[in-house]
Unconditional design. Sequence first.
Length: 112
Amino acid sequence: MTVVAVLSMKGGVGKSTVTLGLASAAWARDLTALVIDLDPQANTTMAIDVPDATFTTSDVLADARPGVAQDAITPSGWGSGVSVIATSPPAGIPRCDFAPRWPPRPGSSTSS
Ligand SMILES: Nc1ncnc2c1ncn2[C@@H]1O[C@H](COP(=O)(O)OP(=O)(O)O)[C@@H](O)[C@H]1O
Ligand SMILES: [Mg+2]
């Protein structure tokens, strides 16, 4: 298992972009990937298309019991290979459905 941490205290330096690029590279190669989003901005969580996250990274960090992180793993909208431990999007921020879906759904105008 390879663990990659993408972190910086500075905003706008490409953390979310790099994370999504790594996840999409894993997806394209049929590798299993788990994205753990610790950023309360939740850009990665929103882009990775999490339909319903019951538990978030905040819940995991607040509860030291074994198994809590496992319970927080949620399927992403990218398919069975990419899972996520989501963060909670700030209240009032709509999902970014205006962005092209990536990876594209087979047969969509953005798929090849
Ligand atoms: N390698 C890059 N080259 C040019 N622009 C980039 C690159 N990586 C990210 N960006 C752009 O920079 C902005 C900030 O990136 P983002 O991933 O949201 O940063 P962070 O998560 O660190 O706040 C976005 O508009 C993104 O598209
Ligand atoms: Mg970000």
